[in-house]
Design a protein around this ligand. Structure first.
Ligand SMILES: Cc1cc2nc3c(=O)[nH]c(=O)nc-3n(C[C@H](O)[C@H](O)[C@H](O)COP(=O)(O)OP(=O)(O)OC[C@H]3O[C@@H](n4cnc5c(N)ncnc54)[C@H](O)[C@@H]3O)c2cc1C
Length: 481
C-alpha cells in the first residue's frame, strides 16, 4: 500500500492481514537481506528480520567513555550534548552568552529530527509547546490558490515514524536546556572560546583559562572560530545566493477578528506563497498563540547598511502586489527582524586531530528545506553513535573520520536541496512556472504521482529527507571498514 509513493510503515502489517505466523515468517525472512540500493520493498517484513537489518532502535553505550568539551549551546550543541551524555560520555558545554536563549520566532522540526529527538527522550519536553500542522500548501503569489500540497497528518507520522512539528525557537531551545539540566550536564555560561589546540584537545577561553579533553566538539554556528582552525587558518567563503528574510510574528487575536484572514487559523497548517524571486512561509506557533512568517526576498547588500527602522515598511513594499490575504497578514506585522540568508560552501574537512565541527559551523544552508537545525541534531546523534564503537582511544581518529564522511555527504546534499528550492520556488510567471505548477496538480487533487517539484512531496526526495536513519548510516559505514 502506498501514500504519496512512500511505502507504508510495518506497524500496519496487521491491517493488511499479513499474518505473522512465527515459523512461516521466520522461514521466509531468513533469506531476506535489506537491499543495498535505495528501496523500501522490505518495509513490510521488518518485524521478522534479524536485528542487524532493522533500523537502529537502541541507544549504544560507549565502550570508552570520553571527556568531551562541547563549544556552543545552540540547538545543535545542546542536542549533541544530550546524545553524547546518554551514550555515557562526560560532556561540558561552553557557551559565550551569559544568558541562554534563541533569536527569531518559529522553526520547523521535521520528522527526521523529531524521530531522533524522541529517542533522546525529548518528547515530553517538546509536547507542551509544539503544533502539529496537518499539511503544507504551496500557494500562487497573486491569488493564494493552492498549487502544491503535502499532507503531513497522518502521512508523515505513518511513513516516517515521527510527527512533523512547528515550534517557537525559544521553546525548542528551553526544552533542550531542561533536558540537559535534568541529565546533569554542566553548561559554563559567559565562556567565550578564543582559541583551539586540535593536537592537545584543548580550548582557551577569553580570560586565558585552558580546558583539555579527549575530544573538542565545536557547534559554534555560522561564524565558527573552530572551522577556520580546521581549515588551516583560511576560512571558507560563504555562498551568498542573494536573499534575505524578514522574520515576524502576528498576534493571532488580531487575525481572529478579521474574517478575511481568520480561516488560516482554523487548522494548523503551513502555507507558503511562491512567486518571482520571493516567497513567504507561514505557520502558527506557541501551540496556536502566534502566527509565524518568514518573508524571503532578493537582497545581496551588506547587512551593516540595513536600516532596522525601515524594515516593516520595506517588507510591505517587497510584497505589495501579492495575494490580498497575504498583504493583509503582512499589514498586521508590527515589528520584524531582517536576516541575511547564506549557504556555507561544501567543506572537505570537518575534523582536525581532536577537534571536530558540526551544525551550522560545518554546513550552514539556506532555510528552504527547513532542515538546518535538523541536520545539526542528526550530526550530534551520528557522532555519539560513531564514538560508541571505539574500543580504545587510538580509534578516535577512525571514528571521527567515519562521522565526517557520512555526515558530509548527507548535509552536503541537504545544502544542495535547499539551494534547489531557491530556484524551484522563485520562477517568474512563464513556461517554467507553468510546467512546475502543472507537475503539482496530482498532489493537489489527491491522485497518485511518482514525482513532484515540491520536495516535501516528491516520493524519492521525501524518503531520502525524512526517512533517513543517521545511526544506521554510521553503522553501515563502520561495517565497511
Ligand atoms: C530564517 C531561518 C529559518 C530557519 N528555519 C529552520 C527550520 O524551520 N528548521 C530547521 O531545522 N532549521 C531552520 N533554520 C536553520 C537553523 O536555525 C540553524 O541551522 C540552527 O539554529 C543551527 O544551530 P547550531 O547549534 O549549529 O548553531 P547556532 O544556533 O548558531 O549556535 C551556536 C552557538 O555557539 C555559541 N558560540 C559561538 N561562538 C562561540 C565561542 N567562540 N565560544 C563559545 N560559544 C560560542 C553561540 O553563542 C551559539 O549559542 C532556519 C534558519 C533561518 C535563518
Amino acid at each position: 500500500m502506498e501514500s504519496n509513493g512512500v511505502s507504508l510503515h510495518p506497524h500496519d502489517a496487521a491491517a493488511l492481514d499479513v499474518s505473522p505466523v512465527p515459523h512461516l515468517a521466520t522461514a521466509g525472512a531468513s533469506a531476506l537481506q535489506m537491499p543495498t540500493y535505495p528501496s523500501n520493498c522490505l518495509e513490510f517484513a521488518r518485524p521478522f528480520l534479524a536485528p542487524e537489518t532493522q533500523t537502529s532502535e537502541s541507544v549504544h553505550k560507549a565502550k570508552v567513555p570520553l571527556k568531551i568539551i562541547l563549544v556552543g549551546a545552540g540547538l545543535g550543541g545542546l542536542a549533541t550534548a544530550i546524545a553524547l551524555a546518554q551514550s555515557g560520555h562526560n560532556v561540558t558545554v561552553f557557551e559565550q552568552t551569559p544568558v541562554l536563549g534563541e533569536v527569531g520566532a518559529g522553526i520547523q522540526i521535521p520528522s527526521n529530527s523529531t524521530r531522533i529527538l524522541f529517542k533522546l527522550g525529548l518528547e515530553p519536553y517538546l509536547r507542551p509547546y509544539v503544533t502539529e500542522p496537518e499539511s503544507i500548501s504551496f500557494r500562487r503569489w497573486q491569488t493564494g490558490n493552492v498549487i502544491g500540497k503535502t499532507k503531513l497528518i497522518p502521512e508523515f507520522t505513518d511513513n516516517f515514524d515521527a510527527p512533523y512539528y512547528v515550534i517557537h525557537r525559544a521553546h525548542f531551545h528551553s526544552a533542550l536546556c531542561q533536558k540537559v539540566q535534568d541529565m546533569g550536564i554542566e553548561i559554563k555560561l559567559g565562556a567565550r572560546v578564543e582559541d583551539y589546540n586540535p593536537a592537545a584537545g584543548s580550548i582557551t577561553l577569553a580570560d586565558g583559562t585552558i580546558y583539555t579533553g579527549d575530544l573538542v566538539i565545536a557547534a559554534d554556528g555560522i561564524k565558527s572560530v573552530a572551522r577556520k582552525i580546521i581549515l588551516g587558518g583560511e576560512d571558507m567563503a560563504f555562498r551568498k545566493p542573494g536573499f534575505a528574510a524578514y522574520r515576524a510574528t502576528v498576534d493571532v487575536e488580531r487575525m481572529r477578528n478579521d474574517p478575511e484572514v481568520s480561516w488560516i487559523l482554523e487548522k494548523p497548517a503551513l502555507n507558503i506563497w511562491i512567486g518571482d524571486s520571493r516567497h513567504v512561509m507561514t505557520y502558527t506557533i506557541g501551540a496556536g498563540k502566534a502566527f509565524n512568517m518568514v518573508l524571503s526576498h532578493p537582497d545581496g547588500t551588506d547587512p551593516t547598511t540595513w536600516n532596522p527602522l525601515k524594515a516593516v515598511e520595506d517588507m510591505k513594499t517587497e510584497f505589495a502586489n501579492w495575494d490580498p490575504v497575504l498583504t493583509k497578514l503582512i499589514g498586521l506585522v508590527e515589528k520584524t527582524l531582517k536576516w541575511p540568508l547564506i549557504s556555507g560552501s561544501v567543506l572537505d574537512k570537518w575534523v582536525s586531530e581532536k577537534l571536530v565541527i558540526l551544525g551550522d559551523a560545518a554546513h550552514a544552508m539556506l532555510p528552504y528545506m527547513s532542515q538546518g537545525a535538523a541536520m545539526a541534531v542528526e550530526d550530534g546523534v551520528a557522532l555519539a553513535r560513531s564514538l560508541s564503537k571505539v574500543d580504545s582511544k587510538e580509534q578516535l581518529a577512525k571514528s571521527l573520520s567515519i562521522f565526517e564522511k557520512v555526515r558530509m555527504q548527507r548535509a552536503g546534499q541537504m545544502q544542495e536541496a535547499s539551494l534547489l528550492n531557491s530556484h524551484l520556488w522563485h520562477f517568474a510567471d512563464g513556461p517554467m512556472q507553468e510546467a512546475r505548477d502543472a507537475a503539482m496538480i496530482p498532489e493537489v487533487k489527491g491522485i497518485p504521482f511518482s514525482h513532484s517539484p515540491n520536495q516535501w512531496s516528491d516520493p524519492a526526495t521525501q524518503m531520502w529527507c525524512y526517512g533517513y536513519d543517521t545511526e544506521k548510516a554510521i553503522d553501515e559505514a563502520w561495517e565497511k571498514t
